[in-house]
Design a protein around this ligand. Structure first.
Ligand SMILES: NC(=O)c1ccc[n+]([C@@H]2O[C@H](COP(=O)([O-])OP(=O)(O)OC[C@H]3O[C@@H](n4cnc5c(N)ncnc54)[C@H](O)[C@@H]3O)[C@@H](O)[C@H]2O)c1
Ligand SMILES: O=P(O)(O)OC[C@H](O)CO
Length: 358
């Protein structure tokens, strides 16, 4: 693996301008990826050595979180026990975080994206490119809308790639080996992002399929709720495997129904089957859905999120609602029995035991 990493480092960088990377977001995943990127810009040629990270300011034990990160080099709230390299600098002002950046990594929970783009647009470098690590989906009258397309529009047509994969943040931050997938539109930008993220313990492949990669990342969070319901009911591995299999099938169907040019290979990459598996076993959506099932479906999601996640945010519940709206509006909910059933259990009072009746 080390040989491959060295070769890809040499192959990918052919000189040119110095890239300056900014990380927009500092939650559990935002912090884990900032740790990787902070180290990579030190290890590889062609990068400005400072990585600014936008931090939504809050007090932790009476101190600003930015001040804690910049003195202790640790996000004690969202990624406790893991140190950043000292070149990762926390900024509470998103414009200041993005100032002069040529490569912007968007990694906030998707409900907070809206207000962040405008101040970034005025401050980042001309010709900057973006990569979205945000797992979610929006919709309009025509159907689903990709978060990467929202960023592209808000940023004046900027090229936006995506990075999705089997990447539970705490495991990535402990340098446990895993893979991830860059989905790109422009080959050169796909290569640029691969260089930003790839390291021996975080192996990044790329594929020209932004929509496929991104939708896999969004929909697996909904399927993970189903897996959590199974866990809460005390069902075993066979049942969860069935949920994963059917969930993958409906994910593929959703992608192909709403987007052209989706590649079959995408579903076999880390962003596809691998992310689905890890999230259904080790993710926050699974964990909170298990608690929901154990409470007999009687506990609200906001309460569960607050009690179990210490400020981290569930994405699967929002995505389940957005997906259900799209499917109903298009009159195709019956073709997605598992995704529809998960929504009915999570939001419409269907019994949790119905998870196996689809
Ligand atoms: N955590 C993971 O294992 C993981 C892995 C891969 C992808 N993702 C995806 O990455 C994205 C970001 O998730 P995360 O895990 O980094 O975040 P998180 O859920 O751990 O943290 C929530 C973040 O939102 C911020 N926040 C709270 N209120 C805010 C507000 N009003 N405005 C702006 N920010 C506010 C908090 O400060 C914190 O940084 C999500 O789409 C998630 O699905 C997460
Ligand atoms: O913890 P979750 O459920 O948000 O999932 C985490 C990651 O998306 C896994 O790749």
């Amino acid at each position: 693996a080390r040989g491959r990493a060295g070769a890809s480092r040499l192959l990918a960088w052919r000189g040119g301008r110095t890239e300056k990377v900014a990380v927009i977001g500092s939650g559990n995943w935002g912090s884990a990826i900032a740790k990787i990127v902070g180290q990579n810009v030190l290890d590889k040629p062609g990068f400005d050595k400072e990585v600014r990270m936008y931090v939504y300011q809050e007090k932790v034990n009476g101190r600003d979180l930015t001040e804690i990160i910049n003195t202790e080099h640790e996000n004690v709230k969202y990624l406790k026990g893991v140190k950043f390299t000292e070149n990762v600098v926390a900024c509470a002002d998103v414009g200041e975080a993005a100032a002069g950046a040529t490569l912007l990594i968007f990694v906030t929970p998707h409900q907070f994206l809206g207000s962040l783009c405008k101040p970034i647009k005025g401050r980042c470098a001309r010709g900057a490119r973006a990569c979205s690590l945000i797992k979610g989906i929006e919709f309009d009258a025509n159907g689903p809308v990709l978060i990467s397309d929202i960023i592209k529009k808000k940023m004046g047509g900027m090229d936006v790639s995506v990075l999705m994969g089997a990447n539970v943040a705490n495991e990535v931050a402990r340098d446990e080996f895993c893979e991830s997938t860059v989905g790109y539109r422009k080959e050169a930008n796909g290569r640029a992002w691969q260089r930003v993220f790839d390291c021996p313990t975080f192996r990044v492949s790329k594929i020209k399929d932004v929509a496929g990669v991104e939708l896999c990342g969004a929909l697996k969070n909904v399927v993970a709720l189903g897996a959590g319901f199974c866990d809460g009911l005390g069902l075993g591995g066979n049942t969860k495997a069935a949920i994963i299999r059917v969930g993958l099938g409906e994910t593929i169907q959703f992608c192909k129904m709403f987007y052209g040019g989706i590649k079959d290979q995408t579903f076999l990459e880390s962003c596809g089957v691998a992310d689905l598996v890890t999230t259904c076993f080790g993710g926050r959506n699974r964990k909170c859905a298990e608690a929901f099932a154990k409470a007999g479906g009687k506990s609200g999601w906001d309460k569960i999120e607050k009690e179990m996640l210490n400020g981290q945010k569930l994405q699967g519940t929002i995505t389940a609602q957005d997906v259900a709206k799209v499917l109903r509006k298009k009159g195709v909910a019956h073709k997605f029995p598992l995704l529809s059933k998960i929504h009915q259990i999570a939001f419409e009072g269907a019994p949790v035991t119905d998870i196996v009746k689809f």
